[in-house]
Design a protein. Structure first.
Length: 261
């Protein structure tokens, strides 16, 4: 976050200089570049807040037919879209401006010949990612917990696990990102639907054997989500709560102090 904050301030300073000098092509780039950094900071702040939650906030989950659904928040989805859009526009402006000779950034001839192609590739990647989200080849993560089991939808695939196939629910960490691992019993396999077909597409066999949830993408919070999944994985007598909405009340009570605690 520090890097993007510093970049945002740097681009804003350059924006002021460009406007005072009447360099409006430069100013358009600086507006988009600083906005992209601000959008990334916005998304990062939302993720950090999710990571720190110890209790589920109101509206973090919703009842759906047969179960409970956790989804990425509307603000986080908006932050993703805004950041990708502004990255695409700012990178495209940089590449076009360099090719047309409109920008005069201090760099060596080698850098001036390579950087526009790099930023053009970044612009294309961001635009393609937006198109993939729009067409469903990439999807925002969600989790549905029902009386039958757990459906985990990630950016590139959906995995389905039945309760009887779960051996354990464990906290994991990928760098600083908290994750939840659903450990499957011997010879059990997750059902897999891969909807992303492109570079770095997930492997079908590997996705069958390993189910990991990036917990801080969900407004419910990493700790409440872990407790919720763990409870219903090993409390089969209470799974009927998932179908009639009582599970939402249990979720709201998780992490709250008790009268004798």
């Amino acid at each position: 976050m520090t890097l993007f904050g510093a970049l945002a301030l740097f681009w804003l300073w350059q924006l002021g200089r460009a406007l005072s000098d009447g360099r409006f092509m430069d100013a358009a780039f600086y507006v988009c570049a600083s906005g992209a950094c601000a959008a990334v900071l916005w998304a990062s702040g939302l993720v950090l807040r999710n990571r720190a939650r110890s209790t589920a906030p109101p509206g973090a989950a919703e009842a759906v037919p047969g179960g409970i659904r956790f989804a990425t928040s509307r603000r986080l989805r908006m932050a993703y879209r805004v950041s990708l859009t502004l990255i695409a526009v700012s990178s495209g402006l940089f590449a076009i401006g360099m090719w047309l000779g409109q920008f005069d950034f201090p760099m060596s001839p080698g850098q001036a010949s390579v950087f526009p192609w790099i930023t053009a590739a970044i612009a294309a990647y961001s635009a393609i990612a937006l198109a993939w989200f729009a067409t469903g080849l990439l999807r925002y993560p969600s989790i549905e917990v029902s009386t039958a089991g757990v459906d985990v939808t990630g950016f590139r695939l959906k995995q389905t696990v039945e309760w009887d196939d779960i051996a354990d629910i464990v906290p994991l960490a990928d760098g600083k990102n908290p994750e939840i691992g659903i450990v499957l019993r011997d010879r059990a396999r997750a059902g897999v639907e891969i909807f992303y077909r492109g570079p770095f597409a997930p492997g079908y066999m590997q996705a069958q054997r390993s189910v990991r949830i990036t917990a801080d993408l969900f407004a419910v919070g990493a700790a409440p989500l872990l407790d919720f999944l763990d409870y219903y994985a090993f409390s089969p007598e209470d799974r009927a709560e998932l179908a009639d909405g009582r599970a939402l009340r249990r979720l709201a009570a998780m992490g709250q102090p008790t009268l004798d605690g």
